[in-house]
Design a protein around this ligand. Structure first.
Ligand code: 2PG
Length: 249
């Protein structure tokens, strides 16, 4: 038996459009993002990939996109599990900063180390910074000392995999079609695990906004086809290029 897994990065957000580092800042999707969420619904319906359960982050852009994608294929009623472990990577002191300005200020090498290296986190954010989530009640369950103040991709893998194993794999094992709505970097962490991508090669992987990525998984929950399949491959290719070039004016 194979299991069905759909990964969906949120639609374009207000801060994606403004080219700002976002991380855990809770910005919503914009008009384009809304259209992407609705288009995702059409793609799921066309393929007959109807989710039985949703796992989402605690961030509005993923929750809102999930609602649009599910509403449009009449699956708005399915059970939902929300967890901070699916959140975007915490971008530390870069949260709220302009990507182009950061690139200009620190140079391409440092900029890309912070954006895409596996194990170099940006500087930590001050807990009382206007873009810090340290006092946000939605994270009250995370012991204060463990609440992230910055994260590299390696940190995201470490906090995401326990959730994958304990909550998502059991749903897949029951034969449920699982939809995960999350973020560019939390999905990069999951794809790294699924496809066994090396710490170096993961730097070159980018996830487009709003386009479902479908994985059929074998009995060990490994992809039948490495890399899965975007339901709209052409749009995915164009969007991946745009994500890659963020920061360049
Ligand atoms: O700002 C962010 O949180 C992420 C995703 O939008 O950006 P990047 O692709 O630069 O990691």
């Amino acid at each position: 038996m194979t299991a069905k897994l759909i990964l969906l990065r949120h639609g374009e957000s207000e801060w994606n459009a403004k080219n700002l580092f976002t991380g855990w800042v809770d910005v919503d999707i914009n008009e384009k993002g809304i259209a992407e969420g609705k288009a995702a619904a059409g793609l799921l319906a066309k393929e007959g990939l109807l989710p039985d359960i949703l796992h989402t982050s605690l961030l509005r852009r993923a929750i809102h996109t999930a609602y649009l994608a599910l509403d449009g294929c009449d699956r708005h009623w399915i059970p939902v599990k929300r967890n901070w472990r699916l959140n975007e990577r915490h971008y530390g002191a870069l949260q709220g900063k302009d990507k182009a300005q950061t690139l200009e200020q620190y140079g391409e090498e440092q900029f890309m180390l912070w954006r895409r290296s596996y194990d170099t986190p940006p500087p930590a954010i001050d807990v009382d910074d206007e873009f810090s989530q340290h006092h946000d009640p939605r994270y009250a369950d995370i012991p204060e000392a463990d609440r992230p103040r910055t994260e590299c991709l390696k940190d995201v893998v470490a906090r995401l995999l326990p959730y994958w194993e304990a909550h998502i794999v059991p749903d897949l094992a029951e034969g449920k079609t699982v939809l995960i709505t999350a973020h560019g970097n939390s999905l990069r962490a999951l794809v790294k695990h699924l496809d066994g991508i090396s710490d170096d090669a993961i730097a070159g992987l980018n996830i487009p906004t709003g386009i479902p990525l479908y994985y059929e998984l074998d009995e060990d929950f490994k992809p039948v086809t490495p890399g899965g399949r975007y339901l709209d491959p052409e749009a995915a290719a164009a969007s991946i290029e745009a994500v890659k070039n963020q920061g360049k004016r």
